[in-house]
Design a protein around this ligand. Sequence first.
Ligand code: TRP
Length: 467
Amino acid sequence: MANDKVSIHGAWASRWVFILAATGSAVGLGNIWKFPYMTGMYGGGAFVAMYLLCIVLVGVPIMLAETLIGRRGRQSPVNAMKSLALEAGASRHWSLAALVGLVAALLILSFYSVVAGWSLDYIIGMGRGDFRGISAEGAGAAFGGLTSDPWRLTLWHSLFMLVTAIVIGKGVVAGLERSLRIMMPLLFVLLLVLLGYSLTTGHFMQGFDFLFHFDPSKVQDGILAAMGHAFFTLSVGVGSIMVYGSYMPKKASIGSTVIAVGLLDTLVALTAGLALFPIVFAAGLEPGGGPGLMFVTLPIAFGTIAFGQIVGLVFFVLVAIAAWSSSISMLEPAVAYFVERSGRSRALVTGMLALFCWVVGMGTVLSFNIGAEAKFFVFAEDGFHLYQWGAEGGRNFFDSIDYLTSRILLPLGGLAFALFAGWAMNREAVRDELAIKSPLLFNLLYWLVRVVAPVGVLIVFIAELSK
Ligand code: TRP
């Protein structure tokens, strides 16, 4: 059955714009901020190896599934899945996965906006020259000064959320293309500049080893973390890619496009890791230092190199833009859905949803300072507590939301999307949508979506539970 429908929310001009938008969504804080600090926390090479494996065997196939569901459905993820379920004679309850995904995306946006706010603060700090010749202690203190100040965090969080909402309110298709065409390549060039710097630290090989030395005894420690991050960094599991797929032109090939996005995303993450870790070791910092890793190490580099102030300034501007092109993709699935459902204006729906994310994000803001002792999911001697002030163990608000989304909701959402494309939709619909000429290649991709990706998710869950 030919499918010439167009989404009511707009359409990308070409396949190239889809690549740009999907890469804009995928490349963000996940690559530059989260990937290095997770790698540090989970011991290096084993985490990286698991992450790469999950990208190839689970993440990219699920991205393929999401894109094809979106493009065939031509509506918000929830309604796309409903109508495709109808077309295939399957249960409409499949769309529940997209509904959960839409909420997960909003939860991710809530903390993403706070961290993106840090990079806004660093733009100012760089511009003022705060980091000139800074020591490792000084950089740590500067970061601590930021996160311990709830007002400053709130200011930047609010500003970032506002900018995200403005673009989404106007419509993604209109706003995105122009800015990304220049910014994304520039971000990559600056990462290469940082990589050049890390080559001069004398600790490059130590950083390299840390990233790529595979220690099998550490695999189980971070296996779910690695898979969760593979979902996070590719933006899959919540419908972000699906909603972008629904704006994709019919003629574009999904398979090669998705592979290109996966490659670009991985390249950026590995470059960021290679640039960061030599600096970490040269400065005598702890690789397992947690979420502050990038914000403590990079100022040291920018404080030393020639023109560091201006390079650093531009760098944090680009990080903010990369974060922004990701954050809009978290809001879009929900906005598209509620516009379809309520018939209200895009601007109104966007405003309401952004407000929701802003409020939840305040929990993350406070978890770095006055609310640091508010702990959730506490397993204590006297049993399990959902919430306890000042408990040993447990997770603070930010960690809880991050854990709930990245490690539980994203993999489960992705699992549902893969099963839907692989088993609920009929094979001919998938074949028609993918339009791959070589039967061998089609069968390979179809098998990855139907079998490998779902089994991969289940294996990781089981391995985690038996830890
Ligand atoms: N992939 C983005 C990053 O690495 C974040 C992101 C955008 C995302 N959309 C998403 C994560 C949807 C999970 C789900 O920064």
